[in-house]
Design a protein around this ligand. Sequence first.
Ligand SMILES: NC(=O)c1ccc[n+]([C@@H]2O[C@H](COP(=O)([O-])OP(=O)(O)OC[C@H]3O[C@@H](n4cnc5c(N)ncnc54)[C@H](O)[C@@H]3O)[C@@H](O)[C@H]2O)c1
Ligand SMILES: [Zn+2]
Length: 362
Amino acid sequence: MPQVLNIKVKVPHRSYDIKIGGNILADFPHQLKQLVEGRQIIIVSNSIIYGYHGQQVKEGLIEHGFDVVTYLVPDGEEYKTWQEAEKILTTLLEAGFNRDAVIAALGGGVIGDLAGFVASIYQRGIDLVQLPTTLLAQVDSSVGGKVAVNHPLGKNMIGAFHQPLGVWTDLRALNTLPEREWTAGLAEVVKYGVIWDEDFFDYLEKNVQNIKNRDLAVVREVIGRSCQIKAEIVGQDEKEQGIRAVLNFGHTIGHALEKVTEYKVYRHGEAVAIGMVCAAKVAVYLELCSVQIVERLESLLKKLGLPVEMPNVSSDLILGSLYLDKKVKKKELVLILPRRIGQVEIIRGITPQTIKDCIDRP
Ligand SMILES: NC(=O)c1ccc[n+]([C@@H]2O[C@H](COP(=O)([O-])OP(=O)(O)OC[C@H]3O[C@@H](n4cnc5c(N)ncnc54)[C@H](O)[C@@H]3O)[C@@H](O)[C@H]2O)c1
Ligand SMILES: [Zn+2]
Protein backbone atom coordinates (compact mmCIF):
# COMPACT_ATOMS: atom_id res chain seq x y z
CA MET A 1 0.00 0.00 0.00
CA PRO A 2 1.36 3.47 -0.83
CA GLN A 3 2.57 5.62 2.06
CA VAL A 4 0.29 8.48 1.08
CA LEU A 5 -3.22 7.98 -0.21
CA ASN A 6 -4.60 10.61 -2.52
CA ILE A 7 -8.36 10.81 -2.89
CA LYS A 8 -10.04 13.16 -5.32
CA VAL A 9 -13.28 14.90 -4.46
CA LYS A 10 -15.07 16.08 -7.57
CA VAL A 11 -17.96 18.50 -7.13
CA PRO A 12 -19.41 20.78 -9.83
CA HIS A 13 -16.90 23.52 -10.78
CA ARG A 14 -14.28 22.25 -8.36
CA SER A 15 -12.15 19.31 -7.45
CA TYR A 16 -9.65 18.87 -4.66
CA ASP A 17 -7.44 16.26 -3.08
CA ILE A 18 -7.50 14.58 0.29
CA LYS A 19 -3.98 13.49 1.16
CA ILE A 20 -3.78 10.84 3.86
CA GLY A 21 -0.52 9.68 5.37
CA GLY A 22 1.69 9.32 8.41
CA ASN A 23 3.42 12.67 8.31
CA ILE A 24 1.28 14.83 6.09
CA LEU A 25 1.48 18.03 8.13
CA ALA A 26 5.20 18.16 7.31
CA ASP A 27 4.45 18.18 3.56
CA PHE A 28 1.54 20.58 3.80
CA PRO A 29 3.34 23.99 3.64
CA HIS A 30 5.29 23.06 0.53
CA GLN A 31 2.21 21.69 -1.21
CA LEU A 32 0.10 24.69 -0.27
CA LYS A 33 2.69 27.01 -1.77
CA GLN A 34 2.21 25.27 -5.11
CA LEU A 35 -1.54 25.86 -4.93
CA VAL A 36 -2.02 29.47 -3.87
CA GLU A 37 -0.90 32.89 -5.05
CA GLY A 38 -1.23 34.76 -1.77
CA ARG A 39 1.01 34.47 1.24
CA GLN A 40 -1.30 35.47 4.08
CA ILE A 41 -2.58 32.58 6.15
CA ILE A 42 -4.39 32.24 9.46
CA ILE A 43 -4.22 29.01 11.45
CA VAL A 44 -7.45 28.52 13.40
CA SER A 45 -7.12 25.92 16.15
CA ASN A 46 -7.52 25.47 19.89
CA SER A 47 -4.80 25.49 22.51
CA ILE A 48 -4.85 21.71 23.10
CA ILE A 49 -4.46 20.80 19.43
CA TYR A 50 -2.14 23.70 18.71
CA GLY A 51 0.01 22.63 21.68
CA TYR A 52 0.53 19.22 20.08
CA HIS A 53 0.66 19.98 16.38
CA GLY A 54 0.54 23.74 15.78
CA GLN A 55 4.16 24.73 16.05
CA GLN A 56 5.20 22.32 13.29
CA VAL A 57 2.58 23.73 10.93
CA LYS A 58 3.39 27.34 11.77
CA GLU A 59 7.15 26.91 11.36
CA GLY A 60 6.73 25.03 8.09
CA LEU A 61 4.53 27.79 6.70
CA ILE A 62 6.96 30.52 7.76
CA GLU A 63 9.83 28.59 6.15
CA HIS A 64 7.83 28.57 2.94
CA GLY A 65 7.38 32.32 2.98
CA PHE A 66 3.88 32.63 4.41
CA ASP A 67 2.81 35.44 6.77
CA VAL A 68 1.20 33.47 9.55
CA VAL A 69 -1.41 34.64 12.04
CA THR A 70 -2.79 32.27 14.67
CA TYR A 71 -6.24 32.33 16.23
CA LEU A 72 -7.02 29.96 19.09
CA VAL A 73 -10.63 29.20 19.92
CA PRO A 74 -11.49 27.94 23.43
CA ASP A 75 -12.08 24.19 23.36
CA GLY A 76 -15.62 22.90 22.97
CA GLU A 77 -18.74 22.76 20.85
CA GLU A 78 -20.14 25.73 22.79
CA TYR A 79 -17.63 27.95 20.96
CA LYS A 80 -18.85 26.99 17.49
CA THR A 81 -20.78 30.24 17.46
CA TRP A 82 -21.40 33.36 15.50
CA GLN A 83 -19.61 35.33 18.28
CA GLU A 84 -16.40 33.33 17.78
CA ALA A 85 -16.74 33.64 14.01
CA GLU A 86 -16.99 37.40 14.38
CA LYS A 87 -13.82 37.49 16.48
CA ILE A 88 -11.96 35.60 13.77
CA LEU A 89 -13.34 38.00 11.15
CA THR A 90 -12.07 40.92 13.24
CA THR A 91 -8.63 39.30 13.48
CA LEU A 92 -8.55 38.91 9.68
CA LEU A 93 -9.52 42.54 9.14
CA GLU A 94 -7.05 43.84 11.70
CA ALA A 95 -4.28 41.79 10.09
CA GLY A 96 -5.20 43.26 6.70
CA PHE A 97 -6.04 39.93 5.08
CA ASN A 98 -7.25 40.24 1.51
CA ARG A 99 -9.14 38.00 -0.86
CA ASP A 100 -6.25 35.71 -1.71
CA ALA A 101 -5.57 34.89 1.94
CA VAL A 102 -6.07 31.36 3.24
CA ILE A 103 -7.71 29.97 6.37
CA ALA A 104 -6.24 26.74 7.73
CA ALA A 105 -8.47 24.78 10.10
CA LEU A 106 -6.25 22.69 12.39
CA GLY A 107 -8.49 20.60 14.61
CA GLY A 108 -11.59 18.51 14.93
CA GLY A 109 -15.03 19.14 13.49
CA VAL A 110 -15.68 22.14 15.72
CA ILE A 111 -12.65 24.02 14.40
CA GLY A 112 -13.25 22.83 10.81
CA ASP A 113 -16.87 23.96 10.80
CA LEU A 114 -16.16 27.31 12.47
CA ALA A 115 -13.05 28.22 10.46
CA GLY A 116 -14.77 26.96 7.30
CA PHE A 117 -17.77 29.14 7.98
CA VAL A 118 -15.54 32.20 8.35
CA ALA A 119 -13.79 31.28 5.08
CA SER A 120 -17.17 31.08 3.36
CA ILE A 121 -18.13 34.66 4.26
CA TYR A 122 -14.93 36.68 4.65
CA GLN A 123 -14.89 39.08 1.70
CA ARG A 124 -17.52 36.82 0.05
CA GLY A 125 -15.40 33.73 0.43
CA ILE A 126 -11.69 32.92 0.64
CA ASP A 127 -9.68 29.70 0.40
CA LEU A 128 -9.97 27.14 3.15
CA VAL A 129 -7.67 24.23 3.90
CA GLN A 130 -8.65 21.48 6.28
CA LEU A 131 -6.06 19.90 8.57
CA PRO A 132 -8.31 17.49 10.49
CA THR A 133 -6.99 16.08 13.77
CA THR A 134 -9.86 13.91 15.09
CA LEU A 135 -10.98 10.67 13.51
CA LEU A 136 -14.44 12.17 13.04
CA ALA A 137 -13.01 15.17 11.23
CA GLN A 138 -10.73 12.98 9.10
CA VAL A 139 -13.48 10.65 7.90
CA ASP A 140 -16.39 13.05 7.87
CA SER A 141 -16.47 16.77 8.65
CA SER A 142 -13.38 17.83 6.66
CA VAL A 143 -14.82 16.28 3.49
CA GLY A 144 -17.79 17.60 1.58
CA GLY A 145 -17.90 21.33 2.15
CA LYS A 146 -20.54 21.75 4.85
CA VAL A 147 -19.51 24.54 7.22
CA ALA A 148 -21.55 26.08 10.01
CA VAL A 149 -21.89 27.61 13.43
CA ASN A 150 -24.56 26.82 15.99
CA HIS A 151 -27.40 29.14 17.01
CA PRO A 152 -28.99 29.04 20.48
CA LEU A 153 -32.10 27.70 18.74
CA GLY A 154 -30.38 24.92 16.83
CA LYS A 155 -27.12 23.20 15.91
CA ASN A 156 -25.50 24.09 12.57
CA MET A 157 -28.33 26.48 11.77
CA ILE A 158 -26.08 29.20 10.32
CA GLY A 159 -23.93 27.80 7.56
CA ALA A 160 -22.90 27.39 3.96
CA PHE A 161 -21.42 25.01 1.43
CA HIS A 162 -17.78 25.95 1.01
CA GLN A 163 -15.49 23.30 -0.43
CA PRO A 164 -11.87 23.40 0.75
CA LEU A 165 -8.87 23.87 -1.48
CA GLY A 166 -7.55 20.63 -0.07
CA VAL A 167 -7.54 18.33 2.92
CA TRP A 168 -4.30 17.19 4.56
CA THR A 169 -5.00 14.26 6.86
CA ASP A 170 -2.13 13.39 9.16
CA LEU A 171 -2.50 9.97 10.77
CA ARG A 172 0.14 10.77 13.35
CA ALA A 173 -2.01 13.59 14.67
CA LEU A 174 -4.38 10.90 15.91
CA ASN A 175 -1.73 9.62 18.35
CA THR A 176 -2.69 12.35 20.81
CA LEU A 177 -6.43 11.86 20.42
CA PRO A 178 -8.19 10.63 23.60
CA GLU A 179 -9.56 7.08 23.39
CA ARG A 180 -13.18 8.15 23.69
CA GLU A 181 -12.88 10.57 20.74
CA TRP A 182 -11.20 7.86 18.67
CA THR A 183 -13.95 5.34 19.40
CA ALA A 184 -16.72 7.86 18.74
CA GLY A 185 -15.26 8.53 15.28
CA LEU A 186 -15.46 4.82 14.48
CA ALA A 187 -19.26 5.04 14.46
CA GLU A 188 -19.09 7.15 11.29
CA VAL A 189 -16.71 4.60 9.77
CA VAL A 190 -19.15 1.77 10.44
CA LYS A 191 -21.89 3.96 8.95
CA TYR A 192 -20.05 4.05 5.61
CA GLY A 193 -19.96 0.26 5.51
CA VAL A 194 -23.69 -0.01 6.17
CA ILE A 195 -24.82 2.65 3.71
CA TRP A 196 -22.46 1.90 0.84
CA ASP A 197 -20.02 -0.98 0.94
CA GLU A 198 -20.46 -4.45 2.38
CA ASP A 199 -16.83 -5.39 1.61
CA PHE A 200 -15.70 -2.48 3.76
CA PHE A 201 -18.02 -3.64 6.56
CA ASP A 202 -16.47 -7.14 6.27
CA TYR A 203 -13.01 -5.56 6.42
CA LEU A 204 -13.94 -3.74 9.63
CA GLU A 205 -15.29 -6.96 11.16
CA LYS A 206 -12.07 -8.78 10.35
CA ASN A 207 -9.83 -5.99 11.63
CA VAL A 208 -11.44 -5.04 14.93
CA GLN A 209 -8.29 -5.74 16.92
CA ASN A 210 -6.01 -3.89 14.48
CA ILE A 211 -8.39 -0.94 14.55
CA LYS A 212 -8.42 -0.90 18.34
CA ASN A 213 -4.61 -1.04 18.34
CA ARG A 214 -4.60 1.83 15.80
CA ASP A 215 -2.36 -0.18 13.47
CA LEU A 216 -1.12 2.43 10.99
CA ALA A 217 -1.72 0.52 7.74
CA VAL A 218 -5.22 -0.47 8.83
CA VAL A 219 -6.05 3.03 10.02
CA ARG A 220 -4.92 4.43 6.67
CA GLU A 221 -7.13 1.94 4.84
CA VAL A 222 -10.10 2.68 7.11
CA ILE A 223 -9.80 6.46 6.77
CA GLY A 224 -9.03 6.25 3.05
CA ARG A 225 -12.04 4.08 2.24
CA SER A 226 -14.31 6.25 4.42
CA CYS A 227 -13.17 9.39 2.57
CA GLN A 228 -13.61 7.66 -0.79
CA ILE A 229 -17.18 6.76 0.04
CA LYS A 230 -18.01 10.24 1.30
CA ALA A 231 -16.33 11.78 -1.76
CA GLU A 232 -18.37 9.54 -4.06
CA ILE A 233 -21.65 10.51 -2.40
CA VAL A 234 -20.86 14.22 -2.20
CA GLY A 235 -19.69 14.11 -5.82
CA GLN A 236 -23.13 12.87 -6.85
CA ASP A 237 -25.09 15.33 -4.72
CA GLU A 238 -23.07 18.22 -3.33
CA LYS A 239 -25.97 20.22 -1.86
CA GLU A 240 -27.97 17.37 -0.32
CA GLN A 241 -30.90 17.39 -2.68
CA GLY A 242 -31.04 13.61 -2.91
CA ILE A 243 -28.58 10.79 -2.31
CA ARG A 244 -26.36 12.73 0.15
CA ALA A 245 -29.14 12.20 2.70
CA VAL A 246 -27.96 8.59 3.13
CA LEU A 247 -25.07 10.02 5.15
CA ASN A 248 -27.68 10.78 7.81
CA PHE A 249 -28.13 7.08 8.57
CA GLY A 250 -28.33 6.81 12.37
CA HIS A 251 -28.27 10.58 12.71
CA THR A 252 -31.95 11.49 13.00
CA ILE A 253 -32.49 9.32 16.07
CA GLY A 254 -28.91 9.99 17.19
CA HIS A 255 -29.47 13.75 17.15
CA ALA A 256 -32.72 13.37 19.07
CA LEU A 257 -30.86 11.36 21.72
CA GLU A 258 -28.07 13.94 21.92
CA LYS A 259 -30.65 16.67 22.34
CA VAL A 260 -32.77 15.07 25.05
CA THR A 261 -29.61 14.26 27.00
CA GLU A 262 -28.58 17.92 26.53
CA TYR A 263 -25.36 17.04 24.68
CA LYS A 264 -23.84 16.04 28.02
CA VAL A 265 -24.02 12.26 28.01
CA TYR A 266 -22.89 11.13 24.57
CA ARG A 267 -20.20 12.06 22.12
CA HIS A 268 -21.83 12.54 18.71
CA GLY A 269 -20.52 9.21 17.39
CA GLU A 270 -21.84 7.33 20.41
CA ALA A 271 -25.33 8.71 19.84
CA VAL A 272 -25.03 7.83 16.14
CA ALA A 273 -24.10 4.23 17.07
CA ILE A 274 -27.29 3.93 19.12
CA GLY A 275 -29.23 5.72 16.36
CA MET A 276 -27.98 3.29 13.70
CA VAL A 277 -29.03 0.26 15.73
CA CYS A 278 -32.41 1.84 16.41
CA ALA A 279 -32.88 2.62 12.69
CA ALA A 280 -31.96 -0.97 11.82
CA LYS A 281 -34.60 -2.17 14.31
CA VAL A 282 -37.16 0.07 12.61
CA ALA A 283 -36.15 -1.49 9.29
CA VAL A 284 -36.74 -4.98 10.69
CA TYR A 285 -40.09 -3.86 12.16
CA LEU A 286 -41.12 -2.57 8.73
CA GLU A 287 -39.88 -5.81 7.16
CA LEU A 288 -37.27 -4.04 5.05
CA CYS A 289 -34.41 -6.19 6.27
CA SER A 290 -33.67 -9.26 8.34
CA VAL A 291 -32.89 -9.29 12.04
CA GLN A 292 -29.38 -10.54 11.20
CA ILE A 293 -28.55 -7.01 10.03
CA VAL A 294 -29.27 -5.64 13.50
CA GLU A 295 -27.22 -8.41 15.08
CA ARG A 296 -24.21 -7.86 12.79
CA LEU A 297 -24.31 -4.13 13.29
CA GLU A 298 -24.69 -4.37 17.06
CA SER A 299 -21.91 -6.89 17.31
CA LEU A 300 -19.39 -4.80 15.34
CA LEU A 301 -20.23 -1.59 17.20
CA LYS A 302 -19.93 -3.32 20.57
CA LYS A 303 -16.58 -4.89 19.68
CA LEU A 304 -15.30 -1.46 18.72
CA GLY A 305 -16.34 -0.15 22.13
CA LEU A 306 -19.45 1.80 21.12
CA PRO A 307 -22.80 1.84 22.93
CA VAL A 308 -25.76 0.22 21.15
CA GLU A 309 -28.61 0.34 23.67
CA MET A 310 -31.08 3.16 23.89
CA PRO A 311 -30.68 4.44 27.48
CA ASN A 312 -33.55 4.64 29.86
CA VAL A 313 -34.94 7.93 28.56
CA SER A 314 -38.61 8.20 27.86
CA SER A 315 -39.47 7.33 24.28
CA ASP A 316 -41.92 10.25 24.40
CA LEU A 317 -39.00 12.64 24.88
CA ILE A 318 -37.19 11.13 21.88
CA LEU A 319 -40.37 11.31 19.83
CA GLY A 320 -40.95 14.94 20.82
CA SER A 321 -37.46 15.83 19.69
CA LEU A 322 -37.69 13.72 16.50
CA TYR A 323 -40.85 15.30 15.25
CA LEU A 324 -39.40 18.80 15.84
CA ASP A 325 -36.19 17.99 13.93
CA LYS A 326 -35.42 20.16 10.90
CA LYS A 327 -35.40 17.01 8.78
CA VAL A 328 -39.02 16.26 9.63
CA LYS A 329 -40.85 17.94 6.81
CA LYS A 330 -44.55 18.62 7.28
CA LYS A 331 -44.62 16.35 10.31
CA GLU A 332 -43.53 13.45 8.16
CA LEU A 333 -40.57 11.59 9.56
CA VAL A 334 -38.02 10.44 7.02
CA LEU A 335 -35.43 7.88 8.04
CA ILE A 336 -32.53 6.24 6.26
CA LEU A 337 -33.07 2.52 6.77
CA PRO A 338 -30.91 -0.45 5.82
CA ARG A 339 -32.06 -3.04 3.28
CA ARG A 340 -28.91 -5.04 3.87
CA ILE A 341 -25.31 -4.24 4.83
CA GLY A 342 -24.10 -1.95 2.03
CA GLN A 343 -27.49 -0.60 0.98
CA VAL A 344 -29.90 1.84 2.58
CA GLU A 345 -33.12 3.45 1.46
CA ILE A 346 -34.78 6.77 2.21
CA ILE A 347 -38.13 5.88 3.81
CA ARG A 348 -40.83 8.49 4.32
CA GLY A 349 -43.90 8.71 6.52
CA ILE A 350 -42.65 6.76 9.52
CA THR A 351 -45.20 7.03 12.31
CA PRO A 352 -44.45 7.93 15.92
CA GLN A 353 -45.97 4.61 16.98
CA THR A 354 -43.41 2.68 14.92
CA ILE A 355 -40.53 4.51 16.56
CA LYS A 356 -42.08 4.08 19.99
CA ASP A 357 -42.52 0.33 19.48
CA CYS A 358 -38.90 -0.02 18.39
CA ILE A 359 -37.48 2.06 21.24
CA ASP A 360 -39.65 0.53 23.96
CA ARG A 361 -39.13 -3.05 22.85
CA PRO A 362 -36.59 -4.77 25.15
N1 LIG B 1 -19.25 19.67 8.36
C1 LIG B 1 -19.64 18.44 8.42
O1 LIG B 1 -19.93 17.80 7.39
C2 LIG B 1 -19.69 17.76 9.74
C3 LIG B 1 -19.86 16.37 9.81
C4 LIG B 1 -19.84 15.77 11.06
C5 LIG B 1 -19.67 16.53 12.20
N2 LIG B 1 -19.52 17.88 12.11
C6 LIG B 1 -19.31 18.71 13.30
O2 LIG B 1 -18.11 18.28 13.93
C7 LIG B 1 -18.16 18.62 15.30
C8 LIG B 1 -17.61 17.47 16.12
O3 LIG B 1 -16.27 17.25 15.73
P1 LIG B 1 -15.27 16.37 16.60
O4 LIG B 1 -15.95 15.12 17.02
O5 LIG B 1 -14.01 16.31 15.85
O6 LIG B 1 -15.15 17.19 17.96
P2 LIG B 1 -14.15 18.37 18.41
O7 LIG B 1 -13.73 19.21 17.30
O8 LIG B 1 -14.81 19.02 19.59
O9 LIG B 1 -12.87 17.56 18.95
C9 LIG B 1 -13.03 16.66 20.01
C10 LIG B 1 -12.01 16.90 21.13
O10 LIG B 1 -10.74 16.42 20.72
C11 LIG B 1 -9.74 17.42 20.90
N3 LIG B 1 -8.74 17.15 19.85
C12 LIG B 1 -8.88 17.32 18.53
N4 LIG B 1 -7.83 16.81 17.87
C13 LIG B 1 -7.00 16.33 18.81
C14 LIG B 1 -5.75 15.66 18.75
N5 LIG B 1 -5.18 15.34 17.60
N6 LIG B 1 -5.17 15.33 19.93
C15 LIG B 1 -5.77 15.58 21.11
N7 LIG B 1 -6.96 16.17 21.23
C16 LIG B 1 -7.57 16.55 20.08
C17 LIG B 1 -10.49 18.70 20.78
O11 LIG B 1 -9.81 19.76 21.43
C18 LIG B 1 -11.81 18.36 21.48
O12 LIG B 1 -11.69 18.49 22.87
C19 LIG B 1 -19.60 18.98 15.61
O13 LIG B 1 -19.69 20.37 15.77
C20 LIG B 1 -20.36 18.54 14.37
O14 LIG B 1 -21.48 19.34 14.12
C21 LIG B 1 -19.52 18.50 10.90
ZN1 LIG C 1 -22.12 12.32 12.26
